[in-house]
Write a protein that binds this ligand. Structure first.
Ligand code: DGL
Length: 269
């Protein structure tokens, strides 16, 4: 199924069959994409941001699953050999169902990096920033249950933050004010921060200004290692001498949006 409207009718794909489809509700997943490209520079990546439908984090799980399935169907229809769900929210709401629906396709997701944070700070206080959906869904409850005996886990749903990041001004006063409201009370009171939404690494400096200079953990590097492992196990890795590439597509199909994706990709995180 190819829905030209969905992809904006652009010829986005100059990658050949056998690319890796990466998606998020918007530009946030580009923080994961950067890890994927450094881990597997010989691969071809197509990143799709569903910015027209962002944020996912305030939506119900069924809507998130429907949006995610539509993207996965389209990426596979275009010849993707694997899918990376570069979104904690969509991973929580849709990964298990999509893996059942596509048993032959490697589908790698991302989850809040609570484990490395707790292992680094046993008995510490760990602030977990994520979307409301991620923190409400079963997947996070199981993760929390597993680690909350070894540290104090403080989950905070950062409602409204993704919308501001999607606007592209990563040091705006609005972002600072919202962070003060959401996590200002934890200033110098936590040992580490888990960025449980792939948008948040883009505002790490703004979060540090509000919370204090503590270590940050996110799921990007772990997702990249996991992708390498599953591609290797299935004999799907690109030739080590191949030339990799990255292409961007968005449901908000404007030159400005694609320029924003490119700018996010070029940022040092
Ligand atoms: N970037 C996403 C995540 O990791 C989703 C943000 C949103 O759309 O609310 O959860």
């Amino acid at each position: 199924m190819f829905d030209a409207g969905f992809w904006g009718g652009r010829e986005v794909l100059r990658v050949s069959d056998g690319f890796i489809g990466v998606f998020d509700s918007g530009a946030g997943g580009i923080s994961v994409l950067k890890n994927l490209v450094s881990e597997l520079p010989q691969e071809q990546f197509l990143f799709f941001g569903d910015s027209a439908n962002a944020p996912y984090g305030d939506k119900d799980p069924t809507s998130i699953l429907l949006l995610s399935r539509r993207i996965v169907d389209t990426l596979l229809g275009k010849g993707a050999k694997a899918i990376v769900i570069a979104c904690n929210t969509a991973t929580s709401a849709a990964a298990a169902t999509l893996r059942d629906e596509y048993p032959d396709v490697p589908i790698v997701g991302v989850e809040p990096a609570l484990k490395p944070a707790v292992l680094a700070f046993p008995r510490g206080r760990i602030l977990v920033m994520a979307t409301a959906a991620t923190l409400t869904l079963e997947k996070f409850h199981r993760l929390e249950e597993q680690w909350a005996r070894q540290a104090e886990v403080i989950p905070v749903a950062c409602v409204g933050l993704v919308e501001l990041i999607e606007r592209g001004d990563l040091s705006s006063p609005e972002i600072h004010d919202l962070l003060e409201e959401l996590v200002g009370c934890y200033r110098d009171k936590v040992d580490a921060v888990v960025l449980g939404c792939t948008h948040y690494p883009f505002v790490r400096d703004a979060i540090r200004d509000v919370v204090g200079d503590v270590p940050f953990f996110d799921g990007g590097a772990g997702t990249a290692r996991q992708l390498r492992t599953v591609l290797e196990a299935r004999g799907l890795l690109a030739d080590p001498d191949a030339t990799g590439c990255v292409r961007f597509a968005s449901s908000k199909d404007t030159d400005e949006e694609l320029a924003l994706y490119q700018r996010f990709f070029e940022l040092d995180l």
